[in-house]
Design a protein around this ligand. Structure first.
Ligand SMILES: Nc1ncnc2c1ncn2[C@@H]1O[C@H](COP(=O)(O)OP(=O)(O)OP(=O)(O)O)[C@@H](O)[C@H]1O
Ligand SMILES: [Mg+2]
Length: 676
């Protein structure tokens, strides 16, 4: 046992006598490494530093004797188990021996030492020590192995748990996504997946078993308009590495969904291209948003186009009506001639009416929004329509008692409601009830498309008429779209209402089902309460000041025809007019005689400098000189740059409107009123 590799045990030999030390050391050198100490103290120091198989302790030593040393050794935790053999010269009496054993000795060796006895006794302890070490080492090794096994098991468990979690997570994600993953044989015909993962049931409404039961299910449920294209795409995919197609598909509940179906070809174990791995993604919502966007872009584009045309026509009609007015005032006509002129004016006025509807669709109407109590509106519209509706149709107003006022242009809203009600009447040739409701709505998140959060008044007009087929629903808002026979409808009604609602900061929505009926919603922003409104009305009344007599007017217009008609009109009204062909010339005239003019009347859209800018510069010469801007360009934004108290007169206008505008401008002299 002593030959455990290079390892040797150590023995601590304690004796104050050098000769003894040497003698014993010599005897024991081949049993173990002998560490010698001359005193108990030195022995204790050695014991602090290393392990010993046995301690040979001389009983009689000066200072700390053997017993004391043994006591100290026994009382220390690290050393208390080291066997102690006393070396004793004299006393063999049992009393002495007992004391030694009581102090922790395991044996006695008597001096003079018999080398053989000493050697064999010490050898027993050394063997014991080495054996214990060996056992400890083995135990430590086994513990290590055990620990490693436990660690490995724990790691395995953790990995397994993680895997399970990852699988669960993946399944949860797949379940919540509008997606199905599939594997499909390359040449499967009819196509049928071998394997699916994800939320097949939620996506299609079918159990996957249903697909097994009817291999033609996919094909049968394709939208008729998409079928040929989809089948062709699948056929050509078989010859390619990958493919992507979109189609409409009818789910189990009869609803249609838009699917994006993509796949790539995979190699099987043999390296053959044998199957497609693919996904089917529900893109119904995205498609709806796309359609919405396209529609609103289209409406915008049409709006810009019609707006531009309507604006030009408006200017032409203004000149026509102005001319007719002049003829009427200046020429004495026979009855026959007057009839012709009346007819001409009537036609031009109809044209103006048409143009104003177009402008309103293009959101270029000059709106005069006010805080409108809707209840009054019900009465006025009801009165206006009582004759038009006919006996078969009943109008039912259901306005919430606490309905908020709306902030909108009163006459335009009346017009809008009349349009909707007449549409409803036309949709019910056999009569029925048209219901107009008014409700308060507060939008917190995103409400009906495009509306900001806030308070709205929702007015709906519903009928139980013919309804609008779904493929036409996007078109009915377009100008000139009508299903009515020639001469019956212009197709401008809904366009106008739509433009009006949008320009008012609200919107229009249509819900319709064929043979069930139609419901049109107008959303308008909430107005201020009535008390507030009446206060503002009073202020307005105070502003009104009676017009004065003959005025000296500086008239600016780059269009000679328009300028001449306007000047003539002013002269007819008794005013004196100086004409300027553009802004700079107007400013020159003003500089030449700053005190000479009472009023500036200027066209808005002119080259060089705009009417608004011209008036601003004029006021640097003549501060606060009253001014009127004439504009056919009814867009609020374009005249926004004007000084606040400059009155706006819209083309085309009649003599009365002109007179009122002049009175207004003169009356407001020196009262700067902010634009509403
Ligand atoms: N309440 C409704 N029920 C069924 N279809 C409607 C309804 N309102 C509008 N429509 C459809 O929308 C089309 C366009 O309506 P819109 O009011 O813009 O023009 P219109 O009524 O044909 O002509 P206009 O209003 O200029 O006299 C109508 O021709 C009709 O086909
Ligand atoms: Mg209509």
């Amino acid at each position: 046992m002593r030959g455990h590799g290079a390892e040797r045990a150590r023995i601590l030999l304690v004796d104050d006598d050098e000769r003894n030390l040497l003698a014993v050391k010599t005897v024991l050198d081949d049993v173990a490494d002998v560490v010698v100490a001359n005193s108990g103290e030195e022995a204790l120091r050695h014991l602090l530093k290393g392990e010993f198989a046995v301690i040979l302790l001389d009983v009689y030593m000066p200072g700390m004797d053997g017993y004391e040393t043994a006591h100290m050794i026994r009382s220390r935790e690290q050393t208390k188990r080291i066997p102690i053999v006393f070396l004793s010269a004299v006393n063999k009496e049992s009393e002495h021996l007992l004391r030694g054993y009581a102090m922790g000795a395991v044996d006695y060796v008597f001096k003079p030492v018999d080398p053989l006895v000493l050697k064999s006794k010490v050898a027993v302890f050394v063997d014991l020590f080495l054996m214990r070490r060996e056992i400890q080492r083995n135990a430590a090794h086994e513990q290590k192995l055990l620990d490693a096994t436990i660690r490995a098991n724990a790691e395995k468990l953790r990995v397994e748990q993680e895997l399970r979690l990852a699988e669960q997570r993946q399944a949860a994600i797949l379940q919540s996504l509008p997606i199905v993953l599939y594997l499909e044989d390359r040449d499967a015909n009819p196509r049928i997946p071998r394997f699916v993962a994800g939320n097949f049931k939620a996506l299609t409404g079918f159990d996957f078993d249903a697909v097994g039961a009817n291999p033609h299910l996919w094909e049968e449920r394709l939208h008729p308009e998409d079928k040929d294209r989809a089948l062709a795409a699948i056929a050509s995919r078989r010859g390619a590495q990958s493919g992507a197609l979109e189609y409409r598909w009818q789910c189990a509940d009869g609803s249609w969904k838009f699917f994006l179906d993509q796949a790539v070809l995979l190699r099987d174990d043999m390296g053959n291209m044998a199957e497609f791995a693919g996904t089917i993604l529900d893109i119904t919502e995205r498609k709806a948003l796309e359609a919405q966007l396209t529609h609103s872009l289209k409406m915008d584009a049409i709006g810009k186009l019609t707006g531009g045309i309507a604006h030009d026509f408006n200017n032409l009609l203004a000149a026509v009506l102005g001319g007719i007015g002049m003829i009427e005032r200046r020429i004495k006509m026979s009855d026959d001639q007057r009839r012709i002129v009346d007819m001409t004016r009537h036609a031009a006025e109809q044209g103006t009416e048409l143009v104003s509807r177009l402008l309103s669709f293009a959101r270029r109407q000059t709106l005069e929004p006010a805080h409108l109590p809707i209840h009054h509106l019900g009465e006025s519209v009801g009165d206006l329509l009582s004759h038009t509706l006919g006996g078969l149709v009943r109008l039912d107003w259901q306005l919430a008692p606490d309905l908020w006022p709306a902030y909108a242009d009163a006459s335009q809203l009346e017009l809008a409601l009349m349009n909707l009600i007449i549409n409803a009447r036309d949709a019910m040739p056999n009569g029925g009830t048209i219901t107009v409701t008014g409700e308060n709505r507060t939008l917190t998140g995103s409400g009906p498309v495009g509306l900001q959060p806030g308070d709205y008044v929702l007015i709906t007009v519903s009928d139980q008429g013919a309804g609008i087929p779904s493929h036409l629903i996007d078109q009915v808002l377009e100008p000139f779209f009508t299903t009515k026979e020639l001469g019956k409808g212009t197709g401008l009604g809904l366009s106008m209402v739509y433009g009006f609602a949008q320009q008012s900061g609200g919107t229009l929505r249509i819900d319709s089902e064929v043979d069930i009926g139609t419901r049109v919603e107008i959303w308008l922003p909430r107005g201020a309460p009535e008390s507030e409104v009446s206060r503002r009305k009073k202020e307005k009344l105070q502003d009104a000041v009676a017009p004065r007599g003959m005025l000296k007017i500086l008239l600016v217009d780059d269009h000679p025809g328009a300028r001449i008609t306007t000047a003539a009109l002013l002269q007819d009204m008794g005013h004196e007019v100086m004409e300027a062909a553009d802004g700079p010339r107007m400013l020159d005239m003003l500089r030449a005689a700053p005190q000479q003019f009472d009023l500036i009347i200027s066209d808005y859209a002119m080259p060089l400098i705009s009417g608004a800018e011209g008036i601003r510069q004029a006021r640097e010469i003549c501060p606060e000189i009253p001014a009127i801007l004439i504009t056919g360009y009814a867009e609020a934004a374009s005249v926004a740059g004007r000084p606040a108290d400059v009155h706006i007169l819209l083309k085309p206008f009649g003599a009365e409107q002109f007179a009122a505008a002049i009175a207004n401008a003169m009356g407001r002299r020196s009262i700067a009123i902010a634009a509403e």
